[in-house]
Design a protein around this ligand. Structure first.
Ligand SMILES: NC(=O)C1=CN([C@@H]2O[C@H](COP(=O)(O)OP(=O)(O)OC[C@H]3O[C@@H](n4cnc5c(N)ncnc54)[C@H](O)[C@@H]3O)[C@@H](O)[C@H]2O)C=CC1
Ligand SMILES: O=C(O)C(=O)[C@@H](O)CO
Length: 345
């Protein structure tokens, strides 16, 4: 069918075709709210109002992806400068989780750890104070599976739907709406959140019907991610010590068998000497802490994760906790007497 004919037909029927972050979407304006359907085959949903709690490296990207996809987005953060930037980007800034949660159909929780998640949900001015029953919560922070399960049970007891939805892909993929989601929850929860998941991700893995299963898989990803960052830092430090040009090394390894997603991503930060946090050292103190403690409970040995955790803890104690996690290289460089770009000897 000629494209012009399709366009005229869609215009008459009040249907707009939008391409957002490379995904083709149909938006049908019913006058009472949009019904969006992703043309790559996901379900139709009329969810319109969303809230993102925690507008940091990952939550910011998710919030912007939702705005681009046509959702109304309330965003909450404790940092006022972030709220100002969010308002400038078209979002509705909120100073408390309770005000962000009012009226929301789906709420995405993107703070750092389980303690913060509990605070923003169940604490004073927390989301549960105002969220309507049957609101769907996406728990996107990386937490121990047991913590995720306990939080999900508390939300469900209050009449909410929950998806355990930890994410992967870093700040850049969050911004482009292309993260991977390691998700678990009831089919009903997935139905309610499918348009939101489509807007923020390139791939959603459904890993089970109960919250906790997603966090278990994410924990394994974090074992690999943490070890690969530490290995990248070690490789770069040895290369620097051996007098190899780091940019040349980076180009060679990226197309060789020693590479990894983390080598490509964090290796670039080390080569350019840029430790602006896209994911902070302290995140891996948390995540590898989860890995080693859960492994201990399960009776599994994780010597590589333990060695990597030691390095991240050392980096944190040396004052690099809020820098990009590639700063673990600074510890190895100092011990090796090696010079890294942008790092004072
Ligand atoms: N940065 C990354 O590349 C990735 C991070 N993750 C996970 O995603 C989660 C978020 O990580 P990031 O975005 O890197 O952290 P972040 O530190 O950049 O962002 C967290 C945000 O939450 C806000 N916040 C903290 N307490 C709050 C409260 N009570 N009320 C409102 N806002 C509050 C902070 O001000 C901050 O803006 C973590 O669980 C992390 O492990 C997962 C995949 C990748
Ligand atoms: O993307 C992921 O997966 C990660 O966990 C890291 O980027 C760091 O948090």
């Amino acid at each position: 069918m000629p494209l012009l004919f399709i366009e005229c037909f869609l215009e008459k029927a009040n249907i707009r075709l939008l391409t957002i972050t490379g995904k083709l979407r149909l938006v049908i304006d019913t006058g009472i709210g949009n019904i969006a359907k992703n043309c790559r085959g996901s379900s139709v949903l009329n969810t319109k109002k969303t809230a993102v709690i925690g507008l940091g490296s990952m939550g910011w990207g998710a919030a912007l992806s939702l705005l681009k996809a046509g959702f109304v987005v309330r965003g909450c953060d404790v940092r006022s400068e972030v709220l100002t930037r969010f308002a400038e980007s078209g979002g509705t800034p909120c100073t408390t989780p309770a005000s962000a949660a009012e009226d929301a159909d789906v709420i995405l929780v993107y703070v750092v750890n389980s303690k913060q998640v509990e605070d923003v949900l169940f604490g004073q001015s927390g989301a549960l104070e105002t969220a309507r029953p049957s609101t769907t919560f996406l728990l996107c922070a990386t937490m121990a599976p047991s913590a995720t399960t306990a939080i999900a049970e508390k939300l469900e007891a209050a009449g909410m739907f929950v998806i355990d939805a930890p994410v992967s892909g870093g700040h850049v993929r969050a911004l482009s709406g292309e993260i991977t989601v390691m998700a678990s929850g009831t089919p009903e929860a997935f139905d309610k959140a499918s348009a939101v998941l489509d807007a923020i991700s390139a791939k959603v893995f459904r890993l089970g019907d109960r919250p906790g299963a997603g966090s278990q898989v994410k924990m394994i990803n974090q074992l690999l991610a943490g070890v690969h960052i530490a290995a990248t830092a070690e490789a770069m430090t040895l290369a620097a010590k051996a007098g190899i040009d780091l940019k040349t090394l980076y180009d060679v390894i990226c197309v060789s068998a020693g590479s990894s997603w983390m080598f490509e991503n964090r290796g670039e930060h080390i080569v350019s000497g840029d430790y602006t946090p896209r994911s902070a050292v302290n995140i891996f103190v948390k995540d590898l802490g989860i890995v080693t403690s859960e492994a201990g409970k399960a009776g599994a040995v994780t010597p590589l994760a333990a060695a990597a955790l030691d390095l991240f803890e050392e980096a944190s104690q040396a004052g690099f906790g809020l820098e990009d996690d590639a700063a673990v290289a600074k510890i190895l460089a100092a011990k090796s007497g090696a010079s890294l770009p942008g790092v004072k000897d």
